[in-house]
Design a protein around this ligand. Sequence first.
Ligand code: ASP
Length: 304
Amino acid sequence: MPHVLTAADLPVPEILRRAEEWRTRLQANPIPPIQPRAALIALLFYEPSTRTRAAFEQACVLLGYHPLVITAEVSSVAKGESLQDTVRTLCAQGVRAIVMRHPQAGAPQTAAQVATAPILNAGDGAHEHPTQAMLDLYTLWRHYEMPDPRTRWLAGRKVAIVGDIRHSRVARSNLTLLAQAGAEVWLCAPPTLLPDAPFPHATLTHDADAAVQDADVVMALRLQTERMQHGLLPSLNAYRRDYQINAERLQRAKPECVVMHPGPIQRGTEISDEVADSAQSLILEQVRNGVCVRVATLEYALGE
Ligand code: ASP
C-alpha cells in the first residue's frame, strides 16, 4: 500500500504516463462513462484550498469513488479528537484512501502510522506538497515535448523559484523533482524569507534579478502570511519592487522563458497582471494538469 507523503515517494515516469493517458481520456467528447463504486475516498482538508481540493474531488469521481470531504470546523477535531483517531475511524468505515491537507508539517506521516488505507499528502504546513510539484513537472514535461522521463531531461535548464521560500511546501517538493530531472534550481527570497538551513541541489539568493537572469522557467510564489510571524517583511512596496515577477524583470530571462505559479495568485504582489495573463504564462495549464496528475496519483496509490 503506497503512501504519497513527500515528492520523493512519487514514481515519476509512471505518474507522467498515467497523467498523459488521463489527459487524452478527458479530452474525448463525450468523456468515456464512469463505473460508479459503492466506496468512499476521504478528503481531509484542515486548511483552505480551491485547486487541490477541486482536482482531488474530480479525481475521485473519475475513478468512480464518492469523495467524502471533511473540514476541521465540521469534524470531530472541533471536539478534540486526535488526527490518529480520525484516521482510524475513517479506515474502520472502509474508506479506500485518505487525501489530507493539514497546517502541521509531518501530519500525513503521523496519519500513515495508523492508516490501513493509503495516505496522500495534499500539503502539510511548510513541509511538502507532492502533487503540486508533480503537476508542475508534468506541465514542464509537456511544454518540452515529453522527453524520456527516465533521463535528466531538464539538464541545462535554469528554474528560478521566487517568493516566500521559507514557508513554501511547493518550493520544497518542487526542488526534489526538478533536481531529479537535472534542472539548475535557484531559490530566491528576501533574506528573512530564505530558509535557515542550506538547501542541497539549489542556489539560494536574495537577488531576484540574478535568479531570473537567463532562466528558462520562473515560478512565482505567494507570500504565506498565514505562516509568517510579524515583521518578516519591511514593506509590501519594497517586496514588489525587489521580487515581483513583472515584464521588466522578465526581460533578463531567456526570451522563450515560461512563467508558473501554484496559485492562489496575489495579483500585483508577487506577479504582475500583465505577466500572469501573458502568453508566457503556464498558470492555467498547471491548473488543468492538476486534475490529470491527481487522478493518476490516486490511481497509483489505490493500486489500480
Ligand atoms: N496552493 C499552494 C499550497 O497550498 C500554494 C499557496 O497556497 O500559496 O501550498
